[in-house]
Design a protein around this ligand. Sequence first.
Ligand SMILES: [Zn+2]
Ligand SMILES: [Zn+2]
Length: 345
Amino acid sequence: MVRGKMKAAVYRGPSRLTIEEVEIPQIGEGEILVRVRAALICGTDLKTYLRGHRLVKPPSPFGHEFAGEVAATGRGITRFPEGMSVVAVNSAPCNVCFFCKRGQHNLCEDIFFNWGAFAEYIRVPARVVEQNVHPIPEGLSYKEAALVEPLACVVRGSEAAGIELGDSVAIAGGTGPIGLMHLQLAFHRGAKEVIAIGLRDERWAVAEELGVSHLIDAGSEDPVERVLELTEGRGADVVIESAGLPQVWEMALKLVRKGGTVVFFGGCPSGSKITLDTHRVHYDELTIKGSFHHTPRAVKKALDLLAFGVVRAKPLITHELPLERLEEALLMMKEGRAVKVAILP
Ligand SMILES: [Zn+2]
Ligand SMILES: [Zn+2]
């Protein structure tokens, strides 16, 4: 058991965050306590910070992408001895509900989120320990391993996109961390080109480093016109929306070719509605798919993709800051000055 106080971020409502001394969480049977070595800021964290989150009731622990060392183990833990370097994701399915039984674990009716990664220690609940904790493969740093959670979501989105050899893939929100992971997987799946649409900011250079074929600045160019120009007037074979904005969802439907696929990956503010051209969907036979969250299978795949270097984490983690500067780090991401920031408690 580890007892005493620790530093931790406490979410106190939109745009209100404090760093406080709190009790180190105590663990029970089947649980582990992890000494956090790196925690990454996710788009979900940023959205929660700016406008709240239906599942985060302030005051609340904060942050969910992390890796570290096992600091203590509850009764029954044998696979993760103290001192082992591990990575864990933020949830795990129940395996007994209707959706779990259909293999749609990401839609589990009893899904929960484990917050509290922006702290010196985090408690990992038994269900996550059983299904979604992994030793960190050799060669991966803590901050690289912590990318496994968002990448697991991207793995599912990329599978839904069904990218084939030689496809043109357009990614709206293409210069954010999620877009840049989609970009890497699209090339790996055999896309001949990846067109990224975003705002021209400091993240532009990272997209270039990762081999993006074309960058479209949504701030000064018309993305629909440019994508049609780049695809002989047809539109992209596959379009992935990862901005999470209703106007970008509508735009995504104009970027895709007849018979193509659109994946809505970015979650919009709740209550958002879009209009869609029924003619386009019917006569042009569009395939439209949503993609949300991850499954234990996708988590394992994501870790393998990181371990084998198929997805490079390093270029995406552009900054590192101590826990005390968490708010500053959130603003850096909001303003596009960082792709992803690692918080080192
Ligand atoms: Zn995340
Ligand atoms: Zn379930």
